[in-house]
Write a protein that binds this ligand. Structure first.
Ligand SMILES: O=C(O)CCC(=O)C(=O)O
Length: 389
């Protein structure tokens, strides 16, 4: 690997082992993986009962709409059939012309409206292919005015054969398309609130209980900030670009796999952060990190399978190295950083401390939820000065 290696943070075994591990390990305030912590019954319901998911989303939207007036004015202008509009509420969904810029910011994404059923069908019932690997063709990194030209570059680049697991079976999104929500190749990301009905449907209190969080320690001594809790529903390949949050967060992975690339706040000076005046606060210009590191492949004791795995790993390696070289060429200071690469499976959870940078890529079609806790006053006193909190 040229110039940079990635490590994996401390892990905590999940159920059924009793665990005060989280409590003990939490003191280092780094990211923590909790493997297979989520109740398999809950997982099954989310992965295999699309009706349950659609219903939970519909209820959550109705509930949220009662709280907020006009959740998105643009929604009414969209070409959704009348019968759909009458029968089901519409959810605001982010679409991006590439897959690497899913930020809730009009500079990076458009909003379209889809019914919960449409979202669930695309994510759970009719799985789509994953993205192409165009790690080097960042289209919005420095200047939005490069958008048109670079989007064309992205499409050209996508025609190459990719081996990275994030890029298998690609269908490129046509950059000239009008981002039609019914286009089966459109890439979308739904990020929704988790109002009380969804909180119940997700059995969040039980999930949190199963994490054995240290209840005498900040932040877990107080209740999570429910207003910031989110459900994340994405197609394979969708990437939330590198950013950091002001809260402690636990992401629970319900459906599909997700890859995190995480950096400590100590790496901030080498992460090409936007300043919050010229661009989105708390975000970096760097893209495509998730495409630079190998995936852990399943082990096998059969000689033929092992041989095939080795061949594939060698090819992957070359491809990943090329991606990394492109990233380093464009953002050379990345080589001074120490990333953690974390691949989450359904049933896993990840704790990310405030101020830790993370880029998140959906390896498969994915559903996750995040539960945030606010920093307390004493933590706020120790926020590094170079970070915009
Ligand atoms: O899952 C994602 O795409 C992003 C999650 C995230 O940014 C977070 O957990 O803070």
């Amino acid at each position: 690997m040229p110039g940079i290696t990635a490590s994996v943070p401390a892990g905590v075994q999940g159920l059924p082992q009793p665990s005060d591990n989280f409590s003990r390990r939490f003191r280092n305030r780094g990211p923590l993986i909790l493997r297979q912590i989520i109740d398999p019954k809950v997982l099954n319901q989310w992965a295999q009962d699309p009706e349950h998911v659609a219903q939970a989303l519909n209820n959550s939207v109705q509930e949220q709409k009662q709280k907020e007036e006009g959740f998105d004015a643009a929604v009414s202008l969209l070409s959704i059939t009348e019968s759909e509009t009458l029968r089901e509420p519409l959810l605001p969904v982010m679409v991006a012309e590439d897959t690497k810029n899913f930020m809730d910011n009009p500079q990076f994404t458009k909003k379209i409206a889809m019914t919960a059923r449409e979202i669930v069908t695309r994510v759970l019932v009719r799985p789509s292919s994953s993205i192409s690997c165009d790690a080097g063709s960042d289209i919005y990194a420095d200047n939005n005015s490069t958008k048109e030209t670079s989007a064309q570059t992205a499409v050209t680049t996508t025609s190459s054969v990719c081996i990275c697991p994030l890029c298998e079976n690609n269908h490129a999104l046509d950059s000239d398309s009008d981002l039609d929500p019914h286009d089966s190749f459109i890439r979308f990301y739904y990020r929704g609130h988790v109002p009380p009905s969804l909180y119940t449907a997700l059995q969040i209190p039980a999930l949190l209980d199963s994490l054995s969080l240290p209840s005498d320690t900040t932040p877990f001594a107080s209740a999570p900030n429910k207003s910031l809790m989110r459900i994340w529903i994405s197609l394979a390949g969708a990437t939330t670009p590198l950013h950091y949050d002001r809260c402690h967060g636990i992401l629970m992975q319900l459906v599909g796999r997700k890859r995190f690339v995480v950096f400590s706040h100590e790496d901030t000076n080498n992460l090409y952060a936007y300043d919050s005046i010229a661009g989105p606060g708390h975000a970096s210009k760097v893209r495509g990190l998730g495409h630079c590191f190998p995936f852990v492949s399943s082990s096998s004791d059969k000689a033929q399978e092992l041989y095939q795995q080795q061949q594939q790993q060698q090819q992957e390696r070359k491809h990943l190295d090329e991606n990394l070289s492109e990233v380093l060429e464009r953002w050379p200071k990345i080589k001074y950083t120490d990333p953690w690469v974390i691949d989450l499976e359904p049933g896993d959870a990840l704790y990310t401390p405030p101020g830790f940078w993370h880029e998140v890529t959906s390896v498969d079609n994915s559903i996750s939820i995040t539960v945030p806790w606010d920093m307390d006053a004493s933590e706020l006193e120790h926020v590094p000065r170079h970070m915009a909190f």
